[in-house]
Design a protein around this ligand. Structure first.
Ligand code: HAM
Length: 416
């Protein structure tokens, strides 16, 4: 039996790295006063068609979609933002002036698997809802940067752009159509279709012949209205105040339809072809797309968890992350009553330390097992200890042994 293409097991020999990264995420999220939200993996497909857009690659080519027994079309969520917006509307929480949220979770996209690109992958997302100010845009960017910094990841590149408001987008789309029109005969079928239905998505095409043409399209940043220009300049000056290096990249339009104004991606060259570690931006129009009566400002981003792990490995940052070791191994000689050793084991665990035993057996065999498992201490309960109501502690780092009265040992453990 094989795992499903594009999925990966997390095996016990590296799950501690994942737990460590998650703990850093929790710590950074707390410092930004972001509260965790967990939404279901299973959603109605229509949610993403509406939110992300039917012409995007994610919706048109990459969703794992199926009908349930009642004929409803469901999918495995390809991203987290749409589900968060749905949950805020459904729960009524959108009425809060501001919701500052984060999530960690599995997302699914039927992409061609390669390094850093999976079909089941995990994102760490941030969504700040209800805050119009560019300070919220900066908070979202800074969350990603602080997380990378805390993990020791340097030399990333923040690429930033503005996709304007619906008004300036209109004039840009006209310019774009004007430019692309004479080239359409040399472009792929999808581009020709998208030219009619959603011309901005032509810019996402990966085909070589189309990329050449796309590389010299007019840029959206030159079509921004005065408000959007000021807004973008404010974001840039806040980045400078925060001493964040950035590159204005007019080609960043993101692959999802819901964005307006600030859009950004963070790239790292050690990731190879899939160099984007995080991406996000503002999506002020998304709530009203679900319910025209609800207008909420919103901005967010998501960072790819597996890409973070690749960077930690490639930059040799995992060697400082330690897995927990076995504190005690309990050796019980054959034929003795195990009641007392069980009491000791229970109290050691209560004190938050680890202890295991494989039950009564030859002492020499159990000592070998303890050594193989890397136990720091061994507790020996043999015939002599049973007779004298004692327990022997062996320090595996130097082989020294001490014998204690069980009651004394227990009261010492209970004080820890
Ligand atoms: P996205 O750019 O589609 O944005 O994904 C964010 C990040 O998820 C990417 O930069 C990448 O690190 C990771 N990622 C995406 N696809 C894969 C894959 N197939 N395998 C491994 N990692 C992947 C979003 O999903 C938006 N919802 C972000 C957002 C939140 N915008 C506003 N709020």
């Amino acid at each position: 039996m094989n795992s499903v293409k594009g999925t990966k097991d997390v095996l016990p020999n590296n799950s501690y790295i994942i737990k460590y990264v998650e703990s850093v995420v929790d710590e950074v999220a707390k410092s930004f006063y972001l509260k965790e939200i967990r939404t279901p993996i299973l959603e109605y497909s229509s949610l993403f068609k509406r939110a992300i857009g039917s012409d995007t690659d994610v919706v048109s080519k990459e969703m794992f979609e199926f009908d349930d027994r009642a004929g409803r079309t469901l999918c495995l969520r390809p991203e987290g933002t749409a589900g968060v917006v749905r949950a805020l509307i459904e729960s009524g929480l959108y009425r809060n002036k501001i919701n500052r949220l984060f999530y960690k979770g599995a997302m699914f996209r039927a992409e061609k698997p390669q390094k850093g690109r999976l079909r089941e992958f995990h994102q760490i997302g941030v969504e700040i809802v209800g805050d119009e100010s560019v300070y919220a845009d900066i908070d979202v960017i800074m969350f990603n940067i602080m997380l990378l910094d805390k993990l020791g990841i340097r030399d990333y590149e923040l690429r930033i752009n503005s996709v304007g408001c619906p008004e300036c987008r209109k004039s840009y789309l006209l310019k774009l159509k004007e430019y692309l029109s004479p080239h359409l005969v040399h472009m792929c079928d999808t581009c020709n279709k998208r030219f009619e239905t959603n011309v901005l998505r032509v810019l996402d095409c990966k085909e070589e012949k189309c990329r050449k043409i796309i590389s010299s399209v007019p840029t959206i940043i030159d079509s921004l209205c005065n408000n959007c220009k000021t807004n973008f300049n404010n974001v840039i000056s806040l980045l400078e105040i925060n001493k964040v290096n950035y590159k204005i990249d007019p080609m960043i339009v993101r692959g999802l339809d819901y964005y307006n104004n600030t859009v950004f991606e963070i790239h790292h060259s050690s990731l190879g072809a899939q160099s984007a570690i995080a991406g996000g931006g503002r999506y002020d129009g998304l709530f009203s797309q679900f319910d025209p009566k609800i207008n909420k400002f919103a901005v967010g981003s998501a960072i790819g968890f597996e890409r973070l792990l690749i960077l930690l490995e490639e930059l040799e940052l995992t060697k400082n992350i330690k897995d927990y070791s076995l504190d005690y191994y309990l050796v019980i000689q054959e034929g003795v009553n195990p009641e007392k050793p069980f009491e000791i084991m229970k109290n050691i665990r209560k004190a938050g330390m680890s202890i295991i035993t494989s039950g009564p057996d030859r002492i020499s065999k159990q000592l070998k097992d303890a050594d193989k498992l890397g136990a720091r201490f061994v507790l020996i309960f043999g015939e002599d200890e049973s007779k004298n109501n004692t327990i022997t502690l062996k320090d595996m780092s130097n082989g020294r042994q001490f014998t204690y009265l069980i009651d004394e040992f227990l009261s010492y453990i209970m004080r820890i």
